[in-house]
Structures are given as C-alpha cells and as structure tokens.
Design a protein around this ligand. Structure first.
Ligand SMILES: *Cc1c(COP(=O)(O)O)cnc(C)c1O
Length: 386
C-alpha cells in the first residue's frame, strides 16, 4: 500500500490504516477492548483470533505509522525500550552490533546489561565520522544501530552512508527515529532496514503514554518480527494504541510548531552570555548543519546547551524555570528541561558519558509548543540565577 500511496503526509496521518465502525458510522476508529474474537467455524477466523497476535485498533496504528515511515509493517510495543529489545531478538549468540556512541541511556543499559549475557557483543563508535563505522565492522557484525540526531548532543549520522556500509557486510541498519519522527526524517527511504520509536515522545506527543513501535518495509524482516512479537507478547495496550493513532493526526502540525520554537530558542541561547555552547542541528554553526539539511526535512524540537559555571550553575537554572518543567522525557507539547548527567543519562557508565561529551554543565531542553515569548522569558529569568 504505502509505496503507491501518493497522498500527502498530513492526509495519510489522518486516514491511513484507519476505518469507521460500519454499524454506527463512527468517524474515529473504534477502541476494541477485547482479548478474543468469535470464530465462524473451528479454526477459521476473521483475521483476528487473540489480541496478543493482533487487535484491530492496534493494527490501525501500526498501519498508519508504517505508512508514514514509507513502509508496510509496523509492530507496536509496550515501550520504546521494548521495541529496541525486540529488535535484538533478530540476532543470535556470537553476533556483533556496532552502535553509535551517543545513545539513549536506556538503550546502552539494555545492550550492555541484558543482551551481552546472551552472547551478543556491542561496539560503540562516533559515527559522525562514518569511517569509524567502516573500521568497526567485523565478520560477525549483523546489525548497525544508529540514533540520529543523537541524544543529547544532536550529532547527525549519515543514514545513506551507514546503510551502504551495513549492507556491504550483510548487516541490518536499524535507526532510532524518536527524535524527529517521520514528519522530519524517513530512514527507510534512505536505506535503513528497521526503524524504532519511543512512541512515548513525539508520536504520542502529549506526555500521557509510554509505548514504542518497530517499522520495516522488508517482507522477510516483517515476517520474522511478527513471529517474535507474538512469541514474546510485546504488545502495546489497546488504549495506548488508540491514543497513539489519535496523536498521529496532529504529528506534522506539532513537529513544525516544536521546530519553530526550538530554532528561535537556539538562536536566543547562542547569543546569551551565560551560555557556552548550543547544540541544535538547525543552527548554521552546528558542525553537521549541511548533512542535517540534506537528510532531514526539519531540525526537530530538541536542543542542549552547555552553561558557564558547571554543575552548580546548571542546578540553579534547572530549579528556577517556571514554564519549563524539570523532568525526564521529551516530545510532548509542554516544554521540559533536564540534566542528562544526573537524570536521563545517569545509567550510562561515567567514562562513556565523559568520552561522549556529556558534561556536568550540559542542560537538555525539549522545546514545547507554548508561546515562544513565554519560553524565552522563562529561560532568561532562569539563566539570571546561573
Ligand atoms: C525515550 C527513548 C527511548 C526509550 O523509550 P521508552 O518509551 O522510554 O521505553 C529510546 N530511544 C530514544 C531516543 C528515546 O528518547
């Protein structure tokens, strides 16, 4: 379906995979809270037999997000981490994964603390220099794991180049697309085999659910993931799938509003004398601005900045904001602020954190869609406490 679906992104986000209840004509896809389905005859079914294997509400969300990513198969999971963890079941003992070095902390924990015990080895490299990926590939490398833009330093990795290297070694390329969503980046169209999301973030968009999803356009991979998903029972709760589907309808509108505010705040912070450095791919000063512009259709709503004065100054700023909420997570309509070293990335080994440049003076912001003047005033006031 999706490759021949020539309708625009917003139209597809509102209609793809979705249907009405025929009995009532409900404009919205129903929420099917059922575990099982009546069979017309023993062993015959309507396409649905048990809700671990498939549920029509969840299927609508999966079809819609797959369509938006330019793909055919979606698998909704109970969390973003579970999407990542399920993808690891594509591997077996003895396999090797090359991952980017500036990853979501929970992903590193999952790889190093759980999957190494199953005999899977992980190497972390700075893929902003794609030669580092080339150099890290081994004869047993079966997967390349990329997060771009990275969290929290907004490093950009060239997806087309990563796909070429992965495929030359018969490895899969998986991209964590949480930070941009398909509104701004479609890795499968750039050569990736698998996309994962924390739906908790921009896809959900309202900080009211925890969920994830995997997407692929490859038939064999789709079949394998369906098997693994059903075997493990990774499923997203039906109500969360319904909420996620609802949220996709405004994804493009929200992403553009996030981006407009983020760009404005990035410029404001760049000019601020309490700020040492701003990380935002939309700034021409970002070291990979050109690649970002080529590979992404928007720069997203996430930015980080190093504040002058170290940890103490950072603590004071974080406790002084009123519109920005001090909290982990990202991607909701409300602005959040946090300290990666003490919060989201605290589970990352300190040596790895420091090597990746996650200093004690680094502050991360998830820019919401509030009025920009209120966001600027709030940061201006908070920075005065630095
Ligand atoms: C939050 C996040 C995850 C994990 O998702 P959960 O829904 O919290 O399990 C994975 N990758 C990135 C980039 C994230 O921001």
């Amino acid at each position: 379906m999706p490759p021949s679906d020539s309708r625009g992104f917003r139209t597809r986000s509102i209609h793809a995979g979705q249907y009405r209840d025929e009995a009532t004509g409900s404009v919205i896809t129903p929420l099917f809270l059922t575990s099982t389905y009546e069979q017309p005859a023993p062993g015959e079914h309507t396409g649905y037999e048990y809700s671990r294997s498939g549920n029509p509400t969840r299927a609508a969300f999966e079809a819609c997000i797959a369509n938006l990513e330019g793909a055919r198969y979606g698998f909704a999971t109970a969390s973003g981490n579970l999407a990542t963890g399920t993808a690891m079941f594509l591997l077996k003992a003895g396999d090797h994964v090359v991952a980017s070095d500036d990853l979501y902390g929970g992903t590193v924990r999952l790889f190093d603390q759980l999957f190494t015990a199953f005999g899977i080895a992980f190497s972390y490299v700075d893929m902003t220099n794609i030669d580092n990926l080339r150099g890290a590939m081994q004869s047993n490398t079966r997967m390349v794991w990329v997060e771009t833009p990275s969290n929290p330093l907004t490093k950009i990795i060239d997806i087309v180049a990563a796909a070429e290297i992965a495929h030359a070694h018969e490895a899969l390329l998986a991209v964590d697309n949480t930070f941009l969503s398909p509104a701004f980046q479609r890795p499968i169209e750039l050569g990736a085999d698998l996309v994962v999301h924390s739906t908790t973030k921009y896809l959900g968009g309202h900080s009211d659910l925890v969920a994830g999803v995997m997407v692929t356009d490859d038939d064999a991979l789709g079949e394998r993931l369906a098997y693994i998903s059903n075997a493990l029972g990774i499923i997203q709760a039906t109500f969360d799938a319904w909420l996620s589907l609802r949220s996709l309808k405004t994804l493009d509108v929200r992403m553009k509003a996030h981006e407009r505010n983020a760009l404005s705040l990035a410029q404001f912070l760049s000019d601020h004398d309490k700020v040492q450095r701003v990380y935002y791919p939309g700034l021409p000063s970002h070291p990979q601005h050109a690649l970002a512009t080529r590979q992404m259709s928007g720069y997203g709503g996430m930015l980080s900045f190093d504040i002058k004065g170290g940890l103490d100054a950072a603590r004071r700023v974080l406790q002084a904001t009123e519109v920005f909420t001090l909290a982990e997570s990202l991607g909701g309509v409300e602005s959040l602020i946090e300290h990666p070293a003490l919060m989201t990335h605290a589970s990352m080994p300190q040596a790895m954190r420091e090597a990746a440049g996650l200093t004690d003076s680094l502050i991360r912001v998830s820019v919401g869609i509030e009025d920009i003047d209120d966001l600027k005033n709030d940061l201006e006031n908070a920075l005065a406490h630095a």
